[in-house]
Design a protein around this ligand. Structure first.
Ligand code: OOG
Ligand code: MG
Length: 262
């Protein structure tokens, strides 16, 4: 930790208000070059506190930068973790107002819903599969609060890993009997294929991202509770969207997810 509590609070308010006003800001490491990993998660925790004070609820957890495609696109090498809040949830087939966002991008993700809590350290693919109630297809809409969608790891962690909206698909499947590694994903924008992946693009197995998240939370004394909705991270690179765009993502065995930007 390098920052004083008052600075943590001020940076959290700064990023949270950038989100609410859909206004891009310079990345916070420009003014605070020494800002470290612990500072970044402390700012993210403070954003959670601000949202809860505002009456919002935590609706889920997310892992990000878990695929090669995403790491390469953003120029970073380490997965990150963040929170989903109630107001971020959009129904399948729903409309998303682009004017309320800065520069949104969509990502195809496999989401897990847990039947039992997962507490690290030591969680692995096997423990995640054993604790999973079902998996669903999902799309995350990320919207970095930083200018030009450019950031370094501490900045993006502090910005709650660009979390903005998410859509979960309607077909819930038990994991037993599914091979999440070979599960194909086809993303279409306005009827054209824009990205393709298989589940293994995410750390070799999407459950590995959930294990990593549980182990990272344990380092801060937290766990993934029973019933938690957990997004495992974009399997493909993220695709920019604007008002007028329709997104439709087909997931092998898990149905499809769609949304329109208006
Ligand atoms: C950070 C969030 C990445 C994912 O699924 O990889 C993420 C970003 O790229 O803005 O959510
Ligand atoms: Mg994501």
């Amino acid at each position: 930790m390098t920052l004083q509590p008052a600075v943590i609070r001020q940076l959290a308010e700064h990023l949270e208000s950038a989100e609410r006003n859909a206004r891009a800001v310079t990345k916070i490491t420009d003014a605070h070059p020494g800002l470290d990993w612990d500072d970044a998660y402390a700012i993210q925790d403070m954003i959670r506190r601000i949202k809860l004070e505002r009456g919002h609820k935590v609706a889920g957890y997310k892992a990000g930068l878990t695929s090669r495609a995403k790491m390469k696109q953003m120029g970073v090498e380490t997965p990150v973790f963040g929170l989903l809040f109630d107001y971020m949830s959009v129904g399948d087939g729903g409309e998303i107002k682009a004017a309320g966002l800065i520069h949104p991008k969509v990502e195809a993700e496999i989401a897990f819903v847990l039947k039992r809590p997962l507490r690290g350290p030591g969680c692995h693919v096997g423990s995640v599969l054993a604790a999973t109630d079902f998996v669903v297809s999902a799309v995350e809409i990320i919207d970095s609060r930083y200018e030009n969608f450019r950031f370094d790891l501490p900045s993006v962690v502090a910005d709650n890993t660009s979390a903005s909206r998410f859509v979960a698909g309607g077909v819930a499947r038990e994991v037993m009997g599914l091979d999440l590694r070979t599960l194909g994903i086809v993303m279409e924008k306005n009827g054209e294929i824009v990205a393709l992946a298989a589940g293994a693009a995410v750390l070799g197995h999407p459950a590995a991202a959930v294990a990593m998240l549980a182990n990272a939370l344990a380092a801060r004394g937290e766990e993934l509770p029973a019933g938690a909705f957990v997004m495992s991270g974009g399997a493909t690179e993220a695709v920019a969207v604007a008002a007028g765009d329709s997104i439709h993502v087909r997931f092998q065995d898990l149905g499809s997810v769609s949304m329109r930007f208006v």
